[in-house]
Ligand binder design. Sequence first.
Ligand code: NAP
Length: 340
Amino acid sequence: MVLAKVWTLTRRPNGIARKEDFACIEEELSPCNDGEVIVEAEYLTVDPYMRFMTRRIPLNSAMIGSQIARIIESKNAKWPVGKHLLCHSGWRSHSKISAETLELSDSWAGCMELSDIGDLPKSLWLGILGMPGITAYFGFLEICQPKAGETVLVNGAAGAVGSAVVQIAKIKGCKVIAFAGSEEKVAWVKELGADYSFNYKTTNVGEALGQAAPEKINCYFDNVGGEFTAEALPHMADFGRISVCGAISTYNDEAKDFGRAALNSPFSEGTLIWKQLKIEGFLALRWKERWLEYLEQMKKWISMGMIKYKETITQGFDNMPDAFIGLFKGDNIGKAIIIP
Ligand SMILES: NC(=O)c1ccc[n+]([C@@H]2O[C@H](COP(=O)([O-])OP(=O)(O)OC[C@H]3O[C@@H](n4cnc5c(N)ncnc54)[C@H](OP(=O)(O)O)[C@@H]3O)[C@@H](O)[C@H]2O)c1
């Protein structure tokens, strides 16, 4: 009998989530039936989208999320003990996975066997080689369609997605203006190649953009939304492209959840029309069929030293809610990972 620890949502957060909104329970996993496996989490991830899930999943159910896990019990010849996989079991230390889930060919719904990434840590499947990396790569290249010599604005630039966008934009020959929330982050983003890097907490965003981009911004990869976007919009160039990846500054505000746009929307219609801007939101899963193509490219860039990554590791399954809450306080540099 395997004893699993599971973080459940016990209360809907009001504003930034608190540890008391979650409870850690124990669950006994009965031995595997035919076709089933039991896995043990080796790396778990916390991601900003989970704040949305705290409004949507039933109370007292497990928090949703992905993990890299190792099979510790198996009654499935295709998935033997010792194999690693990426699965979406939620905030669980151990999980039983059904034969049906293992057979799904859709890796974003089922499980994915991990291919060889050499000496790179398996945690990267949750970061630069996984969903956040795909988000950065396709969300930037497909939606912004950057051209060499153009000016790119990235916020949340020291995070999992933003730090990848900064570097991809440099690889594509763009001028990059980046914003992040601490001096340490600003310094790292500069190391990654950003031409200008600002701390949005201590800098007037509009003034900084006026100085750093007198030529105006062609591509804006937005992770933050809200006030930041309202400040940035007047600095867009004619025919600028905005990739609306995220709006983390609004995620803790119930009034800004899906629905009718607020009257204080950051997107001034006059500016959109006058500058003929193109704005597109996206979900990374749009490109899930192109994960392998992405993987080959990203592994090559990493091996050539053209893409760097960082992880902020939280030790201990018991600290998962703290790692999640930390996303909204800027605790992480690069990808937030939990080692149980
Ligand atoms: N569309 C998609 O398919 C998709 C997929 C993945 C992620 N996303 C979005 O991409 C964005 C980044 O995600 P990530 O996984 O890479 O997270 P992340 O950037 O690694 O972590 C979150 C970071 O957001 C910043 N932040 C938190 N509250 C903020 C606020 N009020 N104003 C400004 N910045 C704030 C913090 O950095 P600072 O210290 O710099 O404030 C924090 O470290 C999020 O908006 C997320 O929802 C979208």
